[in-house]
Ligand binder design. Sequence first.
Ligand SMILES: O=C(O)c1ccccc1N[C@@H]1O[C@H](COP(=O)(O)O)[C@@H](O)[C@H]1O
Length: 217
Amino acid sequence: MRVKICGITSVEDARLAVEAGADALGLVFYPPSPRNVSPQQAAEIARAVSPFAVLTGLFVDAHPAQVEAVLDQVPLNLLQFHGNENAPYCRQFHRPYIKALRMKPELDPLEAMAAFPDARGILLDAYRKGVPGGTGDTFDWQRVPQGSGRQIVLAGGLNPQNVAAAIAEAQPDAVDVSGGVEAAPGRKDAAKVHEFIRAARAAESSGARSTELTQGV
Ligand SMILES: O=C(O)c1ccccc1N[C@@H]1O[C@H](COP(=O)(O)O)[C@@H](O)[C@H]1O
């Protein structure tokens, strides 16, 4: 189980997440977010952490020039597109990317993810009208498709208390959390970060949906 800690805004929080065992760190380049960072802040964070941590840049319907400007200044390993971007938009940067899909009730995730065949992963997040992400809302984890052959990143309202149940239900390849491990918007809580990663790693080997377990399938 891979763990991404998103919404890192300081060197201190980046080091905390990496030392706690995070595989990936998320840097938000979306000015309306309380977790937004400037390219300068992001570059400082990048310099401070292990080169083996996957530095992920999160964008929401950004002008391509804004993404290019960040890429010029920050050594991002992965891009995360969290708005209504289409596949030609996502691939124009020639970087590995993951595409976030917000789980609106009428969305068919298998159909939606098929539109992004070159995405390295598909991140499934809760849907709330007018807010692109970081809502702290969960969605019905039974809606996460199984056997898609895609790398599935589960997000949306995860926290140290519910991440084990979420993994058991959804069986994702990775989990992503932002608000659920914060002390305040944009500031991580060390105990929550450690507990989240511990709980995610402990849950990873369960191997079946919880309903299947309870039904003895
Ligand atoms: O974190 C944000 O502020 C944010 C802003 C705009 C789009 C996405 C954002 N974060 C991502 O949203 C999901 C769920 O976050 P949460 O755990 O429910 O707080 C996650 O992928 C964040 O990376």
